[in-house]
Design a protein around this ligand. Structure first.
Ligand code: PEP
Ligand code: MN
Length: 361
């Protein structure tokens, strides 16, 4: 234990470490489970912080709703044994107070809490005058303003160290993911907050083990600052989120398999080559814009004919024909059906807007 204490890093060191790896069970269940998972994780040498849910926001009543305050001393003990700082989810002022009384190093606000400004404000008020880092998960719905609002409320309470966790967005019906990643939203959030840490939570995005590696790699390729991944000493028998948890050993392998990329290198050759390719991209983007502008002009001419002959703008058959041809052709030249559909939808809408102006002028 002495050795563990010697290795103990301050939370400031850990907060600034890149990549930052957080792991631990979805829920703290028993003292043995928390300690065994924590020690297994520490033994991999790949984890910087321990997580566990103490209070669990469950979609339906009657499921395991967390062990409650009783679990906090287990987390404190896990920290003492491993030297790793700890983080738990908080959703109320009382939970903030309880967590802080057990020296929890980092608090996190869950996706179901970020959606509710009342709850976020209550947490922010409880944090006034406290110097504890806070991680804020994206809200369950794809709304960047709500995510931003939560960040602002916590920042206004005087919290200096705020990080973002991207855990995906819920959607109706089954998709490949438990929560659709919608990477572009997290990228936009990062663009708006360039100095704020952004961590990926592949466990809640995937909801299953088999694609954790792939999602983790995608986030690292997108220059995320770290990962939060659920792990459990006996994943199949976990009291919550059993399907997505992995053992500490598997977690160690997963982190070990990630290819870490640098955002930048100092090599002049690399920069020169990249610059050339970027110029090509700029040139092509410029040409695409010119062509799109020409296309709109043709659409306007069609609009004029339609106006003269009193015909509707939208002609569903014609539109289906365009879309079918385009997706077939796109497939042959390496453009996905998903992209072609989005692209043609956008072009079509812009065309309709241009024709609308003509017809109603
Ligand atoms: C969790 O991390 O266990 C959790 C409840 O996640 P989320 O808030 O992303 O649903
Ligand atoms: Mn979970």
């Amino acid at each position: 234990m002495e050795q563990a204490l010697e290795q103990k890093k301050t939370i400031a060191d850990v907060w600034n470490k890149r990549p930052l790896i957080i792991s631990g069970p979805c829920s703290a269940e028993t003292e043995e489970q928390v300690l065994a998972t924590a020690q297994g994780l520490a033994a991999t040498g790949k984890v910087d912080m321990l997580r566990a849910g103490i209070w669990k926001p469950r979609t339906r009543p009657g499921q395991f709703e967390g062990i409650g305050v009783k679990g906090l001393p287990w987390m404190a003990k896990a920290k003492e044994l491993t030297g790793l700082p700890i983080t738990v989810e908080v959703a109320t002022a009382k939970q903030v107070e309880d967590a802080l009384s057990f020296d929890v190093d980092v608090l996190w606000i869950g996706a179901r809490t970020t959606v509710n400004p009342f709850s976020v404000q209550e947490i922010a008020d409880a944090l006034r005058g406290v110097d504890v880092p806070v991680l804020i998960k994206n809200p369950i719905n794809p709304d960047l303003e709500l995510w931003t609002g939560a960040v602002e409320r916590v920042a206004k309470a005087g919290i200096k160290n705020i990080g973002l966790i991207h855990r995906g967005f819920s959607s109706y019906g089954n998709t490949e993911y438990r929560n659709a990643p919608m990477w572009h939203l997290a990228i936009e959030m990062k663009r708006r907050n360039p100095d704020m840490m952004l961590i990926c939570d592949p466990s809640h995005i995937s909801g299953r083990r088999d694609i954790l590696q792939e999602i983790s790699q995608t986030s690292i390729d997108l220059d995320y600052d770290g990962l939060i991944i659920e792990s459990h000493i006996d994943p199949d028998n976990a009291w919550s989120d059993a399907k997505q948890q992995i053992t500490p050993e598997v977690l160690g392998e997963l982190v070990g398999n990630i290819i870490w990329r640098r955002e930048d290198v100092q090599s002049a050759e690399y920069h020169a080559a990249l610059e050339k390719l970027r110029q090509q991209i700029n040139q092509l983007d410029d040409e695409l814009m010119q062509i799109l502008s020409q296309r709109m002009k043709v659409a306007e001419k069609i609009g004029l004919y339609k106006k003269e002959n009193n015909i509707t703008i939208l002609q569903t058959n014609r539109w289906n024909e365009i879309l079918e041809k385009a997706t077939a052709k796109g497939g042959k030249i390496g453009l996905s059906r998903e992209f072609i559909t989005k692209y043609f939808d956008a072009v079509h809408m812009e065309s309709i807007n241009h024709q609308n102006k003509i017809m109603n002028s």
